[in-house]
Design a binder for this molecule. Structure first.
Ligand code: F3S
Length: 430
């Protein structure tokens, strides 16, 4: 039995409209399935209509009646009802195209049509078209202790761990209903007692770059799977960008939604606090050899050192990361056989232009792209043979989802590879 407030009961009874009623029915059913005793008010949602093959196909078959598809997919309703505005800030995630590169990306007419119809519709509902997996770089900045309904694994782990907000990894379906009623089941990581670490991971090797954090995250994700690690032993404080790579890697290899780093993340002033004053289920030390093994494993898809495509910006790059790239490529030229994409949120494109970063990137011969993810949208250019990236998550997805050959290394490896056309990365060059 799910206990509802008077307001929630009114939503369920249809007092605020049929769409909210259907959304509430969905959320209550979801709560019953999870065994949640009540619902919790949320402050923001990430997740738009989605762009799965099924949605695209259904939309086409239904003559682009997007409201019908929204009701079906987001409200679990075969009846089409008038959908009104969202009641909490709601952001879309990755899109299927960069609006400025439609021809270059060879976007099909069907996909373009879907993106146009979808964008017009979600804007009418009051959603924000951020089209990024890093919504926290575009104004969706959660506050400590706030409850959210977010999806996209790398964003969820940042929201929980770095910002100290509370969210489970929601689905495309639940985020639609949640955005209309501002509620999700009070369950999982919304509850303080479920946020304590289960695994103590003690670091016994030097970790001081985004590259190291990618390897470390991947390694810990494999160990803890979906549990909660607390990390000790780091000699140097990680940067925000390090944590972007770390969380994305943890979520890729393991499905981690929350981690703690003692003295760094907000629920871990001490090891004891992070553990909830209990003994961990498991204690593991991470040594250099563990990271080297991950490096070899992630780089096992390719033997050919000739590279022709480089992807930077997974999760989408911050302005600071773009400025670092620009410093490294200024007055240099990309190899004519290599393509390089730098992925950013649309919201920082204007700043990149203003700072002169876009110009430097273009004269180097690389491209700044917004809104997309090559691995998720399957947007790798035709005839590409060997990819390189500084993101372990992108490398994992490209090799496992798209069957590509891909090298993982440092930003320096990627840039020198872009210039020479050859991969020269090694494990311990730092
Ligand atoms: Fe974002 Fe795609 Fe990476 S969604 S986190 S750029 S795999």
């Amino acid at each position: 039995m799910v206990k509802l407030t008077y307001y929630e009961q009114d939503l369920l009874n249809g007092r605020y409209g049929k769409d909210k009623q259907k959304a509430m029915e969905f959320i209550v059913e979801y709560a019953v399935a999870l065994g949640a005793e009540r619902l919790i008010e949320i402050k923001s949602v990430t997740g738009g209509l989605g762009s799965s093959k099924n949605i695209l196909e259904d939309l086409k078959q239904n003559n682009y009646d997007i409201e019908k598809i929204f009701c079906e997919y987001k409200l679990n309703s075969s009846e089409k009802v008038k959908v009104t505005k969202v009641c909490v800030p709601t952001a879309t995630l990755i899109n299927l195209l960069d609006p400025h590169k439609i021809d270059e990306l060879h976007i099909s007419d069907d996909v373009k049509k879907y993106c146009d119809v979808n964008e017009e519709y979600v804007k009418k509902l009051g959603m924000q078209c951020l089209y990024t997996c890093a919504p926290y770089l575009s104004g969706f900045i959660p506050m400590y202790g706030e409850h959210l309904a977010w999806m996209e694994s790398s964003a969820v782990v940042m929201a929980n761990s770095v910002f100290g907000a509370r969210t489970n990894t929601e689905s495309l379906e639940s985020t639609g209903a949640a955005s209309l009623v501002g509620r999700v089941p009070y369950w999982g990581l919304h509850i303080k007692e479920n946020r304590y670490a289960t695994h103590h991971i003690n670091i016994k090797t030097k970790i001081d770059s985004e590259f190291d954090y990618g390897l470390l995250g991947y390694c810990i994700g494999e160990i803890v799977q979906e549990k909660i690690p607390v990390i000790t032993g780091l000699e140097k404080r990680p940067s925000f960008e390090d944590l972007k790579h770390f969380g994305a890697a943890l979520a890729a290899s393991g499905g981690v939604e929350l981690y703690h780093i003692v003295g760094v993340t907000p629920e871990a002033d001490t090891l004891e606090e992070a553990l909830g004053y209990k003994h961990p289920n498991n204690y593991t030390e991470i040594k250099e050899k563990n990271l080297e093994d991950i490096y070899k494993k992630i780089n096992s898809s390719s033997k050919d050192k000739k590279i022709d495509f480089i992807i930077i910006g997974c999760p989408h790059a911050s302005l600071i990361q773009v400025s670092e790239i620009v410093d490294k490529i200024k007055n240099k030229k990309i190899n004519r056989n290599v393509k390089m994409w730098i992925l950013i949120p649309y919201s920082i494109k204007g700043l990149c232009d203003r700072q002169g970063y876009t110009e430097v990137i273009q004269s180097f011969g690389a491209e700044l792209l917004t809104d997309i993810c090559p691995a998720i949208a399957g947007l790798v250019p035709n005839n590409v043979k060997n990819i390189a990236t500084n993101s372990i998550k992108q490398a994992y997805y490209l090799t496992n989802l798209m069957n590509c050959k891909c090298w993982y290394g440092t930003l320096n490896n990627c840039i020198s590879g872009a210039i020479s056309g050859k991969w020269e990365g090694v494990f311990n060059e730092n």
